[in-house]
Design a protein around this ligand. Structure first.
Ligand SMILES: Cc1cc2nc3c(=O)[nH]c(=O)nc-3n(C[C@H](O)[C@H](O)[C@H](O)COP(=O)(O)O)c2cc1C
Length: 183
C-alpha cells in the first residue's frame, strides 16, 4: 500500500506532522509506504486562472510546469492521499490554500479527476477549542471528493493537540483510520 502525504505546515515536527507520524507508523507496520511532502519544500505557484484546464477543445492538465502535477501524478498511482494543514487566522494556512487552489485543474469540469479514487484523509489542526473549525474544514474537505478521491475521514483537531498532550482518544482514532486505509 502506498500513500502520499502533503503537509501545509512550515513546522517539520508540528501538530500536523505528529498526526501524520501515527498514520505512517501503521502504514509501515502493514508493509506500506507513506511518502511525505511539505508544501514549503516544493515549487508550487498559485492558480493563474488561465482556464487552460477547462478548455474542452484542447483538454490539458494544469499548464504550470511546477511540482503540482508531479505530486498529483504520484497520488494517482497511490492508494491513499493524506492532506494536513494548520489553521491560520480562521482558514487553512496559505501554503495549503495555494496547493488546494490548484485542484481547480482537477475538478469534474476537467478531464483530470484522479482515476484511481485514492482513499483520502484530511487533517486540520488549530489552537482553538475542539470542534471550533469542524464546519469550516468539513466543507473545505469536499473538494477532495471533487477531484476524484474517496474522502474517508476529516480530523478536526483543536487545542494544539497532539503536542499539548492529553490526546489518547485522538491517537486511538487516528490509528483506527490508519488501519482502515492500510487494508
Ligand atoms: C500565523 C498563525 C495563525 C494562527 N491562527 C490561528 C487561528 O486563527 N485559530 C486557531 O485556532 N489557531 C491558530 N493558530 C494556531 C495553529 O493553527 C496551531 O498551533 C496548529 O496546531 C499548528 O499546526 P502545526 O504545528 O502543524 O503547524 C495560528 C498559528 C499561526 C502560526
Amino acid at each position: 500500500m502506498k500513500a502520499i502525504t502533503v503537509i501545509a505546515s512550515p513546522r517539520k515536527n508540528g501538530n500536523c506532522k505528529q498526526i501524520v507520524n501515527i498514520i505512517t507508523k501503521i502504514i509501515e507496520e502493514k508493509d506500506g509506504i507513506n511518502k511525505i511532502y511539505f508544501v514549503d519544500d516544493l515549487n508550487i505557484k498559485g492558480c493563474q486562472a488561465c482556464r487552460a484546464c477547462k478548455n474542452m477543445d484542447n483538454p490539458t492538465k494544469c499548464v504550470l510546469g511546477d511540482d503540482f502535477n508531479r505530486i498529483m501524478d504520484e497520488v494517482e498511482e497511490s492508494d491513499a492521499f493524506i492532506f494536513a494543514a494548520p489553521n491560520y487566522f480562521g482558514e487553512i494556512s496559505g501554503q495549503g490554500r495555494i496547493f488546494m487552489d490548484r485542484f481547480f485543474s482537477m475538478t469534474k469540469t476537467t478531464l483530470n479527476q484522479l482515476k484511481n479514487k485514492p482513499k483520502c484523509i484530511v487533517i486540520h489542526t488549530y489552537g482553538a477549542s475542539e470542534g471550533h473549525y469542524d464546519e469550516y474544514i468539513n466543507k473545505k474537505a469536499n473538494i477532495f471528493n471533487s477531484i476524484g478521491c474517496e474522502l474517508i475521514k476529516v480530523f478536526s483537531v483543536g487545542k494544539n493537540k497532539p503536542s499539548s498532550g492529553n490526546c489518547d482518544e485522538l491517537i486511538q482514532e487516528v490509528k483506527e483510520i490508519a488501519y482502515q486505509i492500510s487494508e
